[in-house]
Design a protein around this ligand. Sequence first.
Ligand code: BG6
Length: 493
Amino acid sequence: MAQIIPVQIFDAVVFGATGDLTLRKLMPSLYSRFRDGQMPRESRIIAAARTETTTDDYRARMMQGLHDHIAASDFDEAIAAQFCACVHYTMLDGVTGEGWEGLVKLLAAEPERIRVFYLATAPDLYGPICRNLAANHLVTAASRVVLEKPIGHDLASARAINDEVGHIFEESQIYRIDHFLGKETVQNLMALRFANAIFERLWNADVIDHVQITVAETVGVEGRAGYYDKAGALRDMVQNHLLQLLCLLAMEPPVSLDPDAVRDEKLKVLRGLRPISAHEIATHTVRGQYVHGVSDGKPVPGYASELGHASQTETFVALKAEVQAWRWAGVPFYLRTGKRLPQKVSEVVVQFRAVPLSIFPPGASELEANKLVIRLQPDEGMLLKLMSKDPGPGGLRLRPARLDISFQKAFNTRYPEAYERLLMDAVRGNPTLFMRRDEVEAAWQWIEPIIHAWADATEAPRPYAAGSWGPTAAIALIERDGRTWHEDWGEEG
Ligand code: BG6
């Protein structure tokens, strides 16, 4: 186990402290860092929200959240109680500026400390909260602000938010979270590509036929319909998580791991994405919405029934993207993501080209091209599909074989939650795994024509049964190119 180096003592102010993200992800992540000795005990977490409640009641609610969202094997009642003692609740209105005196007083007690302002709120509150932070003189040189995704709902609103926040904080103080970048296996994409000579030499159009990125979820909208119905899968997942994965897969080797060296390379990928033109929308994009079906063995209602009204919002997206770069000329990147799919699985499939000429007689079994499957979650690991001799007498017959490694089994260690790493990086002042302003805006720039085309379309998102792999049009999107989605997660996959 790696040695854990404590971060400096800090004050974290979480806006949106009674929300789902705070109680389900942020607090459990901070608890884990506290338990492991990385978060100094003198640090304070100041929970801020509009709800009228006391610190004691908030701590009780938080304790319940820790119980619910931390694995029993990682939970220690006494440590959780010590952690809760670091938390203070303050009631304020982020927009009107009412009730900020409590926060001002708390922070005034430790003016030199690192301050992390975590905005776990809707993006239209980022500007007003930052203005109130400035008006109350709370922004110090040692302050950072953390913004949750999505930043805005299109390019113009993202720019407006970036301008507003940028008016108060320097770009180096702004941490735009994409929690996929904090996942161990997503970080491992860089290790895989740049710490192993065998991959990088093959990582190009000469050898690779195409790449697939799948982020599938079994859940529906889970009580987030208010947010989700305005966002949809394109804004909620593709604009950020899937495009960030694409960047890490397609970027050139950065000169170092310096934050800007990495982000400069990712930006080049985003800027190199070929825009999908209006007449390609029908062939390069598919949007779907789940109808009733079966999920995890139980009947579940369709999206519109969950909402209580009809909606044009997509819960599934499939796209064909192309990166305009010599390295990737002619190599499509197929992306898909959706709710109520049959499995929770995030993975990358790198499909290599077939051998140029087979020396094996027909009938020696079909020669399949190599495939590298990088499993990001669950069962983090990697699988390389190879052709091998079918053992036994009677001639040289071929058979697919798998080199399969499960990181969990290989390293026998707990995989920290993405937020654990990202929160500590924000305290440490390391923005490598956060999105820079130009990245967010370049991603919106590529997404926006799709948003517009879908908004203008007369046809509704294509229906798919909950528990299926999305609309059949998504299969057609890839099969039109003579390829198929990798859907075989069984032993023979
Ligand atoms: C969030 C999206 O960013 O990522 C959710 O808003 C989605 O809709 C979630 O469910 C998926 O994250 P994870 O870590 O569970 O794969």
